[in-house]
Design a protein around this ligand. Structure first.
Ligand code: 4AD
Ligand code: MG
Length: 476
């Protein structure tokens, strides 16, 4: 008999029909009631086995074991479920030794512990919910852009350029690490390397996306991104996924509007399609909050927070205004910030969080950053000091989006590149967009995991990516 997904049985009030269900045992009580989960939804189906089931089989119905059940869907007498499956036949597909099963050994395994068994954590309610929501958000990203006529452009993962100019790249090489060919001056001879030059994993698909925008007008990328920054924080991954739309003819205001619409759309989509998962995660977060001292608890629950974002415009301020707000703040006056605040600083996360969590209590878009702390490709403002950058800061997360209007004027761009020691010859393909029919354009990058953090209410970025890569950790 063809397998029926547990989700489809639970969603349907119908009874008295035959099904086959397969899944993993979540619990087994009174030698009779199995809570079976197949990952299709949060809920388990209750399987009731006959009391005269073969004792050898009953012995193997342990938490974590996989079973196949043929039976009849009937109305449930018990509390907590409308329907259940009365088993006619049960087969053990894969046994699970309760003495060794990691999820069995801990009563309520911590998120940290589960991170060490990332291959099994998907089978918990929390991670089941997180990764179903992650899936829905990814789908919503494609739907949003597709519905608006954007072309999905696959930008390269291996590249020779450092888009962000931050130099935090993982090298890609096939040269023997212990004895690479060398030039006369002792440096490594990359001409002998696979690509005949020094290459690395991409830190951003933006520069290539700009080439696409100069032909299709509207493109986006959505792919893995790699940064070798040694930031062991709850917000940084060495491998993360980024969504980067790039739009010809857009200015910085259009860019902000697009980012706001986009963020609202994907949150709304998850609220509509993953209600059960989000309600579970909201409860999880509420329980966690109860452990905190009163003054550190957030005012809104997860669902209320998401609804708030759906229903309120983001605050828009300039960097200069942000610095002024910080300097005028009680936190600054009482010397509560670890880092000083003066015009020109790259705001620390304590500053960003003050702005969104204490001052505005909503997402904030900051524009007009000093040119010296931003990438070479951002458009110079008329003041000659600031660029048309925009960062979106979200409560509990900090920076979730970084973007800008791009410098479309060839002379201004080459001047900036010179100042920042970016070799123009190697970037001829990028500069060609400014030589052959340049237009104003703008784009941004949304860190997908930071978005998943925001929507799920999880607090550590390692808990929203299936297999986290962080400094000193590339297990599984
Ligand atoms: O601000 P970033 O560095 O911007 C860019 O890469 C631009 N090229 C984007 C563009 O304009 N097309 O990164 C964009 C976003 C950040 O706002 C953050 O959400 C996320 O990517 N991000 C990270 N997420 C997880 N781990 C890291 N190490 C991250 N670094 C950046
Ligand atoms: Mg940034």
């Amino acid at each position: 008999m063809k397998r029926t997904k547990i989700k489809d049985i639970l969603r349907n009030d119908a009874t008295n029909y035959q099904v086959n269900v397969k899944g993993w045992v979540r619990s087994f009580r009174n030698n009779q009631f199995i809570a079976l989960n197949d990952g299709s939804c949060m809920g388990n189906i209750q399987v009731v086995i006959s009391l005269d089931t073969d004792a050898e089989i009953v012995k193997q119905i342990n938490n974590g074991a996989s079973v196949s059940v043929d039976g009849t869907v009937i109305a449930s007498m018990g509390k907590g479920q409308k329907v259940e499956v009365k088993a006619d036949q049960i087969t053990i597909m894969g046994v699970c030794d309760p003495e060794q099963f990691p999820l069995q050994l801990k009563n309520k395994p911590s998120l940290e512990y589960l991170r060490e068994i990332a291959h099994l954590r998907f089978r918990t309610n929390t991670f089941g919910a997180v990764f179903r929501v992650r899936h829905t958000l990814a789908y919503a990203v494609h739907k949003f852009f597709n519905d608006r006529g954007f072309v999905y452009l696959h930008t390269p993962i291996i590249t020779a350029s450092d888009a962000e100019g931050a130099g935090e790249m993982f090298r890609v090489s096939t040269l023997p690490p212990d004895n690479p060919p060398r030039n006369e001056d002792g440096t490594i001879n990359y001409k002998e390397d696979f690509f005949g030059r020094c290459t690395n994993l991409t830190v951003s698909g933006q520069l290539e996306a700009e080439l696409g925008a100069m032909a299709f007008s509207e493109v986006y990328t959505f792919g893995p991104t790699f940064r070798a920054e040694n930031s062991n924080t709850a917000r940084h991954l060495a491998e993360f996924w980024m969504i980067e739309p790039e739009v010809a003819f857009n200015d910085i205001t259009d860019n902000m509007d697009l980012a706001e619409d986009f963020i609202r759309y994907i949150i709304g989509y998850a609220m509509e399609h993953n209600r059960e998962d989000l309600e579970f995660l909201a409860q999880r977060l509420a329980d966690e909050e109860k452990q905190k001292p009163l003054n550190e608890r957030s005012e809104l629950g997860l669902i209320e927070k998401l609804e708030f974002v759906l229903n309120n415009k983001f605050e828009r301020i300039t960097y200069t205004e942000a610095i002024q707000i910080l300097r005028d703040s009680p936190a600054y006056k009482k010397k509560k910030f670890q880092y000083d605040v003066t015009w020109g600083i790259d705001m620390q996360s304590e500053h960003e969080r003050y702005l969104v969590e204490k001052h505005f209590k909503k997402p904030v878009i900051v524009t007009g950053y000093p040119k010296d702390i931003k990438a070479f490709y951002m458009r110079m403002n008329d003041d000659g000091k600031t660029v048309a950058a925009m960062d979106i800061l979200a409560p509990g997360i900090g920076e979730i989006v970084g973007g800008s209007q791009r410098e479309e004027r060839l002379d201004m761009l080459t001047k900036r590149m010179e100042e920042m020691h970016i070799p123009a010859e190697e970037m001829f393909w990028y500069l060609d967009t400014r030589r052959f029919g340049t237009v104003p354009h703008a784009g941004f990058g949304l860190g997908f995991e930071r978005m998943v953090l925001f929507v799920t209410g999880m607090t550590n970025i390692r808990d929203v990516i299936p297999f986290p890569r962080t400094p000193k950790n590339a297990e599984f």
